[in-house]
Design a protein around this ligand. Structure first.
Ligand code: AMP
Length: 378
């Protein structure tokens, strides 16, 4: 009889760092976590070396049953998590163009694990997979179809593992079968996205071909008129790479507020001190979140709940207040007391007489990856 999968290692392999968590799947408890930094930049030479450090940190474990990997992009090829074999790896390598920064690191992490943990199954879990149920009317861009056919230009969406986790948890909390639950899930962190979830499946999401689209984020602009991008490139003679940096790294909350890094806490502090730019940044941020909540409530045909998660969604009472105060038209009122004291725990922050509850629900992407790993291998 096949041994049950008990210990699962979750690996999140980035371009210069490798994060890991070890789970006991009987209790779904985390046994260990850690981070190896400066890969290829003074620390370990590559992901295989980084992984050797992880193995040493974990005390040379012999009982890891399976490994789950966070992978940025599955495009339309992978609609669900998948066990990685040679065929799958070949397909994954063809998707590097969708994430030239992240994908080589993600795949490097998988290859390192295949070498070091011989005979242990590896599962790829994609940030995009949860959104693969979007209908064409939500996923396609209104441009010549040849760009979709030739280059795969369409909306994919990201943070899918987080949206999936909070969708499953919300269904349990609301005591509804997953197939009957309608939600607007809001992952609000440094990078942020919303998902419209109908019958437990994603029907729209705010990020697009890349994570640049949608909400105002820490350093990303979110939605912008594409013609504005062209004007700036023309006026300042910027290359695509320079424009990419401007929109992804030098925009968003950081650009509006002038607060380096665009961290929500710093911006709230500045706004409280009377900084008008910081105040505008917060209002633009909240406005865009509320705008999408309203739209997605319509898309799902009326949500059973609005779920907030991510660093800001879980922890920032001020950020949440600014969003929820804009949802009056949906019959939602903020419970100020509960909101003020809620940090990193499950809580309903709307008043009891609100038409739709607003629920803070901490995400756990690593546990979701571990659970998917068990499901796929089990
Ligand atoms: P994430 O990308 O999910 O880690 O979220 C990062 C964002 O969460 C940053 O903008 C932080 O300022 C914000 N954040 C984290 N902790 C808190 C907190 N205690 N209060 C307010 N914002 C927070």
């Amino acid at each position: 009889m096949k041994k049950a999968i008990e210990k699962v290692l979750v690996v999140n392999s980035g371009s210069s760092s490798l994060k890991y968590q070890l789970f006991d799947m009987k209790s779904e408890k985390r046994l260990a976590k850690g981070l190896v930094e400066r890969i290829g930049a003074g620390g370990p030479a590559n992901h295989a070396e980084a992984l050797k450090q992880v193995v040493a940190d974990l005390g040379n474990p012999k009982d890891i049953d399976a490994i789950g990997h966070r992978v940025l992009h599955g495009a339309e090829v992978f609609k669900d998590s998948v066990k990685v074999d040679a065929k799958v790896m070949a397909k994954l390598k063809k998707l590097v163009k969708f994430g030239p920064l992240h994908m080589p690191a993600n795949l490097g992490g998988i290859e390192a694990c295949q070498k070091i943990f011989k005979g242990v199954g590896n599962v790829a879990v994609f940030d995009t997979a949860f959104h693969q149920t979007m209908p064409d009317c939500a996923a396609m861009y209104a441009i010549d179809e040849k760009y979709y056919k030739k280059m795969g230009i369409r909306k994919y969406g990201f943070h899918g593992t987080s949206h999936k986790f909070i969708t499953q948890e919300a269904a349990k909390l609301l005591k509804k079968p997953l197939s009957k639950v309608n939600l607007v899930t809001c992952h609000l962190g440094n990078g942020s996205s919303l998902a419209a979830v109908k019958g437990g499946e994603c029907v729209d999401t705010s990020m697009g071909l890349t994570p640049l689209a949608g909400l105002v984020m820490g350093t990303r602009c979110g939605d912008i008129d594409a013609a504005a991008v062209l004007s700036i490139m023309e006026e300042e003679k910027k290359t695509p790479a320079e424009m990419d940096k401007l929109l992804n790294k030098q925009s968003g909350l950081q650009a509006i507020s002038g607060v380096a890094g665009g961290d929500m806490r710093d911006i709230c502090t500045k706004a409280a001190q009377g900084c008008k730019k910081a105040e505008l940044a917060l209002e633009m941020w909240a406005y865009r979140v509320a705008l999408y909540i309203g739209a997605y409530n319509t898309v799902v045909g009326g949500a059973d709940a609005i779920i907030l998660t991510g660093g800001i969604g879980e922890n920032s009472a001020e950020g949440r207040e600014r969003v929820v105060n804009r949802l009056g038209a949906l019959g939602i009122k903020l419970d100020k007391k509960v909101n003020a004291k809620t940090r990193g725990v499950v809580a309903t922050i709307s008043t009891k007489d609100s038409k739709i509850p607003v629920i803070v629900l901490p995400t756990n992407e690593e546990l979701m990856i571990a659970k998917d790993t068990v499901r796929i291998l089990g």
